[in-house]
Ligand binder design. Structure first.
Ligand code: TRP
Length: 349
């Protein structure tokens, strides 16, 4: 019996799902989400946005969640949450998400989604939650006591996925334990009460992770991320600040030269050229020349997207309107699912 939770098993399931999806896209429903903690960046684009746009255009039923409650799992403030959420909607549209095809919503606006948390919490154990690697890692960075929400947010994520009965979830390796938990919750609910939920499959993507300008994970909080919506000047300044090393001869060596290599990888993705070819073409011209080159290719690559975003930003109230529509639709779906859940649990009076 294969280990359900193992990576190879997830990979096998993902491959099999990709195959079926290519044959019959319209039988799939995708849910994926982002926390509204800042602008979306190039890492998001290559890591997941591009794929979501592809799935949308293939005819998969696509749904994007702006996970606003997840913001308070590891931070104490919601200060910029409205602006961040609206900015994110414009980022989605600028990369090619079509709000007619894709439902865009925030989970705080969907009460019935959140209510699934109660029955779902009854299906998981404390130790199961405590051994979740993401929960552990986030507890470390948050530097305070483990809150009830941080401990249980993977269950909330199961609510996000199952309220709309999504059967595919694009995930990075780090999110796999969450999806495993979602599958367990679905199975346990179906076994204990009545079959209501699908067991969603992971869609693992082929693209390697794009590192930030310093070679660490690309993250807004590290200041190493090129936001999609930055101006060309802001992009140039950020790249100029990137830390490199004192060796003038540019080579591609991720292990020993993380800064220089992260810049080369970024340019490689923008141009489709091999990293070594880029390194060779800069050669002895040094880090300054490399940075100028990276700035140019990044700005060229993002120009059309940024122009679209600027146009969209001129339409006042656009993000609000799109969320109003998405949230109304999400509520309809969530209410229907909750009615099924109540009926499965015999809670009809
Ligand atoms: N945890 C995800 C992140 O940090 C966001 C998210 C919330 C999500 N709910 C989800 C992703 C459901 C996939 C499915 O990026």
């Amino acid at each position: 019996m294969p280990n359900e939770g193992s990576y190879t098993e997830a990979l096998r399931r993902s491959d099999e799902t990709w195959k079926k999806l290519e044959e019959n896209p319209s039988s799939f429903k995708m849910l994926s989400g982002d926390r509204p903690t800042g602008h979306l960046h190039l890492g998001h684009w290559f890591g997941t946005l591009k794929e979501r746009v592809d799935l949308q255009n293939k005819g998969v039923n696509t749904n994007i969640l702006i996970a606003d409650y997840q913001v308070i799992t590891d931070r104490d403030t919601t200060e910029h949450i409205q602006q961040n959420t609206h900015d994110m909607v414009l980022d989605y549209l600028a990369v090619g998400i079509d709000p007619v095809k894709t439902m865009i919503f925030t989970h705080s606006a969907v009460p019935a989604l959140n209510q699934l948390m109660l029955p779902f919490l009854s299906l998981v154990s404390e130790s199961e939650l405590k051994r979740n690697p993401t929960v552990k890692a986030e507890k470390e960075v948050s530097q305070h006591a483990l809150t009830g929400l941080l401990l249980t947010y993977p269950v909330h994520q199961a609510c996000d996925i199952l309220f709309c009965k999504a059967n595919v979830v694009p995930v990075g390796k780090d999110q796999l334990p969450h999806l495993e938990l979602t599958r367990n919750i679905a199975r346990r609910f179906n076994d204990r009460f009545a079959p209501v939920f699908p067991e969603p499959a992971p869609l693992l993507s082929e693209t390697p992770e794009l590192l930030g300008l310093d070679g660490r994970k690309m993250s807004k909080s590290y200041g190493n991320a090129i936001a999609l919506s930055m101006t060309e000047d802001e992009t140039a300044k950020l790249i100029k600040k990137a830390r490199t090393d004192s060796d003038r001869n540019i080579t591609f060596d991720p292990e020993n030269r993380p800064g220089v290599s992260a810049l080369i990888t970024t340019a490689a993705l923008m141009t489709g050229q091999a990293p070594d070819a880029i390194a060779n073409s800069i050669g002895e011209q040094g880090a300054g020349a490399l940075k100028a080159y990276v700035t140019e290719v990044v700005n060229d690559y993002l120009r059309p997207l940024r122009q679209r975003r600027e146009e969209l930003a001129k339409e006042k109230g656009l993000a609000h309107e799109i969320l109003e529509r998405g949230n109304a639709k999400a509520n309809e779906i969530a209410n229907e699912t909750l009615a099924e859940v109540r009926s499965a649990m015999r809670m009809q009076y």
